[in-house]
Design a protein. Structure first.
Length: 216
């Protein structure tokens, strides 16, 4: 019996050792699984970071493109402004070679910017002299009397000047590029605003015709 018991004891010992080895192996597998899961999680995080980096790169590229487009527009606008300044300078220089030939004064009713029949007749006569000409410039200046607010008077004087310009260019076919217009409001009165007749004379548009100064 002793040898048998010894073998049984040895067998139990081996079984116990195998159980321990299996348990240790299971722990190792579990730790491997944990490491694998950690690696997978890190891989997912890395992929998410890469996607975020790609999105940021795409956004930066889009912003750079927009900035370049804005810069190109700025260059184009600067070039246009330079051309405009050159054109204005040329026109001012040409004006130095012109002289005032005649002035037509058109009067308006109180607070109104519509042309009267008398005003249209004046502009008809003025246009009849101008249309056959080749070299000229027309300066249209609007004014008001001193009644009312200054800002309202400036706007009213602009509307009066615009009414004259529309009539000359649309009805009388005078080229618009030959006409300058401005509204002065109650500035530079032609008569005393303290009298009714003076205020009437100040509700006006002065149409100035400039022609080449051949003696310049």
């Amino acid at each position: 019996m002793a040898p048998v018991q010894q073998k049984v004891a040895d067998l139990d010992k081996k079984n116990a050792e195998q159980d321990t080895a299996i348990a240790e192996l299971g722990k190792g597998v579990s730790r491997a699984d944990e490491r694998a899961q950690g690696a997978d999680s890190k891989a997912v995080d890395a992929a998410r970071d890469a996607a975020r980096a790609n999105d940021q790169a795409a956004l930066a590229s889009k912003q750079a493109g927009a900035a370049q487009s804005t810069a190109e527009k700025g260059v184009a606008q600067a070039a246009q402004a330079e051309r405009s300044v050159g054109t204005l300078g040329s026109r001012v220089e040409n004006m130095d070679n012109f002289k005032l030939a005649t002035t037509e004064t058109v009067l308006f009713a109180i607070g109104k910017s519509e042309l009267s029949k008398e005003a249209e007749a004046q502009l008809d006569a003025f246009a009849a002299k101008v249309v056959p000409m080749k070299h000229y410039v027309i300066d249209v200046q609007g004014f008001s009397d001193s009644t009312g607010a200054a800002a309202a008077n400036i706007e009213l004087s602009r509307r009066r000047a615009a009414a004259v310009v529309r009539y000359l260019t649309l009805d009388k076919k005078i080229p618009l590029f030959r006409v300058d217009t401005i509204g002065y409001g109650k500035a530079s009165p032609a008569a005393d605003n303290k009298t009714r007749d003076g205020r009437k004379q100040n509700r006006r548009v002065e149409v100035k015709l400039f022609t080449p100064d051949l003696g310049a």
